[in-house]
Design a protein around this ligand. Structure first.
Ligand SMILES: Nc1ncnc2c1ncn2[C@@H]1O[C@H](COP(=O)(O)OP(=O)(O)OP(=O)(O)O)[C@@H](O)[C@H]1O
Ligand SMILES: [Mg+2]
Length: 386
């Protein structure tokens, strides 16, 4: 019990909830109505959706704004320590308890206590919390009667489904009813995808300023990748990705290949979803995205494809897919392919030996189709001799 005191206070971040989607507007309305009342609030939603941010917003917009806000993470502490942190302890209640110590609930008079990850609390702690909620009285660990009453507002949060926890016997239903007076459910980021560009621009600005780097704009394809990705870690994940992107940026527009591979791949998946079913089954979607970056976006093979392949971010099948698409456009002409993939003519040999070395040199004969069978899309540039 003499271990260093865990960090339980979270300094108030500047509460700025970015987002203009219908879902975020509803969250803003819920925050406003929760701030007008003094009832307990239960915040639910996946990890990283902004539950803690919303808790701060409610506190800061409530009449308790001038009082303290104390955050306690229920998952971070062993049971006995959590109880003594919340309720305090009496002198002599355990070895090393040399004097009475107030708990955090007593240290937030006329303020707000935010119990984060409340779904992780043990059943025994749930009973202790329930007793406090019923009486409003604090009983310090080791004391034989209640010590004082406190005036705090309780906000709790969890990313667990408490109904499931209740059914499994891991969460007390009576406690759930106590906590769930105002329920505020924050939807995952993928269900409010129109907020992604706003949040991305917001963090691009703030990280560029913080790290003192020139702000690089997003290319349309990079933004499309951000919007089509599922973001299992929600806003926290998006924020982390942007910090990494900013740290690597060089003032040039941010390309999909500057994004983590799982984000970048989502672009390929969405491209596959958007294309006609007839062709969808043939070509690997990552290949189509890369081909488009070169053939429509003007990027060079050496910057759009080569580094991804060498870093094993794309597979040999992806690379073959890229070559396949290109050869379809050039009617099987490799020399023309260097032009289509935006390489100087002098790179022709280097390009071919790279493809051969990695077994991606596809036989060109199969693309030499008779004019009548030519694909509907005309070659990108006029064919020249092979
Ligand atoms: N709408 C938003 N606008 C700007 N930043 C946001 C928004 N929502 C969340 N964030 C930021 O994303 C990060 C994660 O938010 P927060 O910690 O509130 O999530 P959480 O739901 O409490 O996650 P967990 O369940 O993992 O504890 C924080 O840095 C927060 O500032
Ligand atoms: Mg949290």
């Amino acid at each position: 019990m003499n271990s260093p005191r865990p960090r339980l206070f979270s300094s108030s971040p500047e509460v700025r909830l970015v987002g203009l989607s219908g879902a975020m507007r509803l969250v803003e309305e819920d925050i406003a109505s929760a701030a007008r009342s003094d009832a307990k609030v239960l915040l639910t939603g996946e990890t990283g959706v902004g539950k803690e941010l919303v808790a701060h917003a409610i506190h800061q917009r409530s009449i308790r704004a001038n009082g303290p806000m104390i955050t306690v993470n229920c998952a971070g502490l062993p049971d006995s320590l959590l109880e003594s942190e919340l309720f305090g302890h009496a002198r002599g209640s355990f070895t090393g308890a040399y004097r009475d110590k107030p708990g955090l609930l007593e240290m937030a008079p006329k303020g707000t206590v935010f119990l984060d990850e409340v779904g992780e609390m043990s059943i025994r702690m749930q009973v202790v919390l329930l007793r406090f909620l019923e009486t409003g009285e604090i009983q310090r660990v080791g004391a034989d009667r209640s010590h004082t009453r406190v005036d705090v507002r309780l906000i709790t949060a969890t990313n667990r489904d408490l109904q499931v926890q209740i059914a499994a016997g891991a969460f007390r239903e009576d406690l759930y009813f106590r906590l769930n007076v105002i329920r505020l459910q924050i939807p995952p980021l993928r269900e409010r995808a129109e907020d992604i560009p706003l949040i991305a621009e917001h963090y691009l600005d703030s990280f560029s300023a913080r790290h003192r780097v020139a702000r690089s704009p997003f290319s349309p394809a990079a933004m499309e990748a951000l919007v089509s990705y599922r973001w299992p870690g929600n806003v926290r994940e998006l924020k982390n990705v942007l910090e990494r992107v900013v740290l690597k940026s060089n003032g040039q527009p941010i390309q999909p290949s500057d994004l983590p591979s799982e984000v970048f791949r989502s672009l390929a998946q969405s491209a596959r979803g958007a294309e006609p079913a007839a062709s969808a089954s043939h070509e690997p979607s990552t290949a189509e995205v890369l081909a488009a970056k070169m053939m429509q976006g003007g990027e060079s093979f050496w910057s759009a494809v080569y580094p991804l392949f060498m870093a094993r971010d794309i597979t040999r099948a992806d690379l073959r897919g890229v070559i396949l698409i290109g050869l379809r456009h050039t009617n099987g002409n490799y020399r023309l392919l260097t032009q289509v993939f935006n390489m100087p003519e002098t790179n022709y040999k280097r390009f071919l030996s790279f493809l051969r070395k990695h077994e991606c040199h596809l036989p060109f004969q199969r693309f030499r189709v008779a004019p009548a069978q030519m694909p509907a899309t005309p070659p990108v540039k006029a064919a020249v001799g092979h």
